[in-house]
Write a protein that binds this ligand. Structure first.
Ligand code: G6P
Length: 476
């Protein structure tokens, strides 16, 4: 197969292999913002995508789907347990999200992480053309940049980190803190969501590796650590590139009469409440779903809100269900939701319509159009693309976004009602302000947020990252 000029490396392929309705295997678009963000970037380049197909022990040959060359990486049951559920999602994920859940440190998980990262790096190095580009994504693959550089010094390497990078005080807990920094520093450009993430990363390098840093450029000496001692010294640019969404499908769907009719139907099927509140999250402890439900429950209990007038629709899509912290969270949320519903529901009205399901984009857009108030109350979030999807969808300039200051999107969406979700009284006040906000003020705030999201869409994001990468190539 011909070598690819542009290779994306991400834990997941853009499609998952899943059992279909009749028991046969079908391909379905993968969960998470990453896939949605990168798909438009891959159109029209001689590209390939290296990733896992979402199932154990699937040995598949490279194949083409929707015009994209896909290179599947097999993972065994044990690797899924140790590399994906273990080190990625029970060590790095909680540590990088400010230890909202306690990170687990296990040496066997680290060993699996190293060997799976090597498998991804080998596949990328084999697929990329001479002098081509490799773009590595996210926390599951932090060692890949250095591994690819060791194998293919001719290639330009980018890395984008979709989740937060913690302060050094927390990062320092990681028993493999030096190795991970060196792994990332194999890249020519290292992108983060927020300026604070980039600063935290540079601080960790200063404290741990003592490499020379000028402005946002690190000089990485030859022999950067244990994995690669052959490479020459190089410079790595460390910078914030806040990710965004492809706004086109949201604008198109929002304008479609059948989707607008579906939004009306959703409101009717909820008993025509005066206000619909909406939460849309993967069921993850970083999302602050419990804080949101608690604040809302207290507003109902104190009769500031009435179940006749308001409904909260909470879409919580299933995620990482075999990790204990996620299984426990599901129990907690479902207990809290059913208590509130049990205390307040009437035959015709429900306080919380809880949906532990994923939905196609058409239905999500109808929900965004139906929602008077969108609640994004993450305790920590790299960006939160749901906030941007809601804003893009509101072509009518109506609706109110309540947005946690701990989500990356808060840096850009200053006209949202920003909240500290830990402050339950503050959250209750924000919900009341949102519910009562006059249409004129909604319009003013929504217009200013829409300007930002429509201008700074996913294409603007990838353009700015990729031009930094080609500048790095030219400066070599
Ligand atoms: C976040 C991460 C992605 C990940 C997605 C879904 O958005 O940044 O890397 O793919 O969650 O999580 P999952 O574990 O199902 O891939």
């Amino acid at each position: 197969m011909a070598a690819a000029d542009f290779v994306v490396v991400a834990n997941r392929l853009p499609v998952d292999r899943v059992p279909g309705p009749d028991g046969e295997e079908v391909w379905r678009t993968s969960p998470g913002g990453l896939v949605a963000a990168l798909e438009p970037v891959m159109q029209g380049v001689n590209g390939a995508w290296v990733g896992w197909a979402g199932q154990p022990d699937l040995e598949l040959k490279p194949f083409t789907s929707g015009g994209l060359r896909l290179i599947p990486i097999p993972l065994s049951e044990q690797e899924i347990a140790e590399y994906y559920e273990g080190f990625s999602n029970d060590t790095i994920w909680p540590l990088y999200h400010d230890v909202i859940a306690p990170p687990q440190y296990h040496r066997e998980w680290w060993d699996a992480y190293v060997s799976v990262n090597r498998r991804f790096a080998d596949a990328a190095a084999a697929a990329v053309a001479q002098g081509g580009t490799v773009w590595v994504h996210d926390y599951q693959l932090q060692l890949v940049p250095q591994m690819v550089r060791a194998l293919r010094p001719d290639v330009t390497i980018g890395y984008f980190h979709h989740i937060p990078f913690p302060t050094h005080g927390l990062y320092a807990q990681l028993p493999w803190r030096g190795q991970v920094l060196r792994g990332l520093l194999g890249a020519d450009v290292i992108g983060f969501q927020r300026a604070t993430d980039a600063t935290n990363f540079l601080n960790a390098i200063r404290r741990r590796l003592k490499y020379d840093i000028k402005a946002s450029t690190v000089t990485v000496p030859s022999g950067n650590g244990e994995i690669d001692d052959r490479g020459e010294s190089h410079r790595a640019l460390v910078k914030a590139f806040p990710i965004s969404i492809d706004t086109v499908p949201y604008l198109e769907l929002a304008a479609r009469p059948d989707i607008q009719a579906r939004a009306v139907e959703i409101r009717e099927s909820l008993g025509n409440p005066k206000r619909i509140l909406l939460g849309v999250d993967r069921l993850d402890y970083t999302k602050g779903i419990g804080h949101r439900v608690k604040a809302y429950g207290e507003l109902l209990a104190s009769r500031a809100l009435s179940v006749e007038d308001v409904t909260l629709v909470q879409v919580a899509s299933p995620s990482r269900e075999r990790v204990d912290a996620y299984a426990n969270l599901r129990d907690e949320i479902e207990l809290a939701v059913s208590r509130i519903n049990g205390d307040t529901d009437t035959m015709g009205h429900t306080a919380i319509r809880y949906l532990h399901q994923g939905f196609p984009r058409e239905e999500m857009v109808a929900l965004y159009l139906a929602a008077d108030v969108m609640l994004v109350t993450a305790l920590r979030d790299g960006m939160n693309l749901v906030a941007k999807e809601y804003v893009a969808t509101r072509i009518d300039n109506r609706g109110v976004l309540v947005l946690s200051e701990f989500a990356g999107a808060a840096d850009e969406l200053g006209s949202a009602i920003q909240v500290n979700p830990h402050d339950i009284e503050g959250l209750k006040e924000a919900i009341m302000r949102a519910v009562e906000m006059p249409p004129r003020e909604q319009g003013k705030r929504m217009r200013s947020m829409r300007r930002r999201v429509l201008e700074h869409d996913v294409n603007a994001w990838s353009d700015s990252f990729l031009s930094a990468l080609s500048a790095a190539r030219d400066a070599r």
